[in-house]
Design a binder for this molecule. Structure first.
Ligand SMILES: NC(=O)c1ccc[n+]([C@@H]2O[C@H](COP(=O)([O-])OP(=O)(O)OC[C@H]3O[C@@H](n4cnc5c(N)ncnc54)[C@H](O)[C@@H]3O)[C@@H](O)[C@H]2O)c1
Ligand SMILES: Nc1nc(=O)c(N)c(NC[C@H](O)[C@H](O)[C@H](O)COP(=O)(O)O)[nH]1
Length: 220
């Protein structure tokens, strides 16, 4: 599976403030770019921390003719994917609406009644891993269901795990011209952090959009 990570940060590398509520870092030009990256993907993924903080829908505006064109003849919206070890996605989350198929990646530790509630809302549950989602195993299962290109929008815990498991092929970061600060504010890559063998990236492009810059990398 080809994995493209896309996120927006402040100049100090934060994805959100310490309150973890959604922070508009991108401007209209970058959100248009995000729509294009989504439209080119078979699936769009977030961690459950992002579902709980932002209640995202992760769908394209299919009424928008411009977005329709961008889909390159692909039918409908890309699938949605949530890494959710213990099935904490609220059954009324917007990500479970009928705009697209939603895969919930859970572990064996997910309580059966919560898993069942998500199935009742139409979610497709994939069990991989003992107490945390085994990302390589889960991605193999998604691939067998036709997801070849996956866009990941965050948050920082999930992005770190993907780098740790060597699953990231491309990274693009929109750096907005703002300072957020806060030692507890989520950053692009949280988790435990690396102390050696840091992933190395190749800078492929630098583009100015709105009042910020998009940095596009491939992963070595
Ligand atoms: N600016 C942006 O581009 C952007 C994008 C996404 C999210 N955000 C922000 O990020 C914050 C949420 O990020 P976060 O880091 O708290 O949560 P996250 O979205 O990275 O989700 C982390 C959760 O995913 C689950 N998970 C399951 N398997 C996992 C695995 N193998 N590795 C890691 N996690 C796994 C765990 O329950 C974990 O707690 C929110 O404040 C949101 O607003 C910002
Ligand atoms: N590119 C980008 N710029 C931002 O300034 C920002 N806050 C996010 N945040 C990503 C996060 O995953 C959001 O929750 C979804 O971008 C919301 O997605 P919807 O509009 O609900 O589909 N992403």
């Amino acid at each position: 599976m080809h994995v493209v990570v896309n996120a927006a940060t402040s100049v100090d590398g934060k994805l959100a403030s310490r309150r973890r509520t959604q922070l508009k870092i991108s401007g209209p030009e970058d959100f248009d770019r995000v729509d294009r990256v989504r439209a080119a993907a078979d699936g769009v993924m977030v961690g459950v921390g992002t579902v709980l903080a932002d209640d995202p829908r992760l769908a394209l505006d299919v009424e928008d003719r411009r977005v329709e064109r961008l889909k390159n003849g692909r039918p409908g919206n890309p699938a949605r994917v949530v890494a959710d070890s213990t099935a904490r996605t609220p059954p009324d989350a917007r990500i479970l609406d009928d705009a697209a198929t939603t895969y919930l990646l859970v572990s064996e530790a997910a309580p059966e009644e919560r898993v069942e509630a998500l199935r009742e809302r139409g979610g497709v549950v994939v069990v991989a891993g003992d107490d945390r989602v085994d990302l390589p195993g889960a991605f193999e299962r998604l691939e067998s269901r036709g997801l070849d290109r996956l866009m990941v929008e965050g948050g920082g815990e999930l992005i770190f795990s993907l780098f740790e498991a060597d699953l990231v092929d491309e990274l693009s970061v929109y750096v907005g011209s703002m300072v957020v600060g806060g030692r507890d504010a989520p950053t692009l890559a949280d988790g435990e952090g690396f102390v050696e063998a840091f992933p190395r990236l190749t800078l492929e492009a630098v583009d100015r959009l709105d009042d910020g810059v998009v940095l596009s990398y491939t992963v070595e």
